[in-house]
Design a protein around this ligand. Sequence first.
Ligand code: 5GP
Ligand code: ZN
Length: 119
Amino acid sequence: LTIPLVSDCLFCRIVAGDIPATVVRETDTTLAFRDISPKAEVHVLVVTKEHYVDVATLAQSDPGLAAELLETAAVVAETEGLLADGFRLIFNTGEYGGQEVDHVHGHVLGGEPLGPMVC
Ligand code: 5GP
Ligand code: ZN
């Protein structure tokens, strides 16, 4: 079976409402919620409701949905007040990319100067 085991995926469980999260925006296809361990003043994760392993898989499988995820990230940046001073949007991908949760998610980081990109 290649169908992902939704119950084993942390972010699928958050999407399903099985695990609580502080949701800041929801669309038909995407969800944005605060990171449990924020690395900046503002740290929001944006995910597709449908399970894709990483951003490369998503972008190649469904570029329209990838665009919707980007739009949600941009709207979150706006509603969190990050557009004037700027922000960072990163997708850790795979082992070398330091991805820990294998369900595509963008990190929206901001609210303070973030310094040079270390990763
Ligand atoms: P990654 O390293 O995969 O790019 O990022 C995973 C992120 O998920 C980390 O920043 C981590 O703090 C966050 N995270 C892990 N478990 C939970 C959780 O149960 N709830 C929320 N809201 N964030 C989580
Ligand atoms: Zn998932």
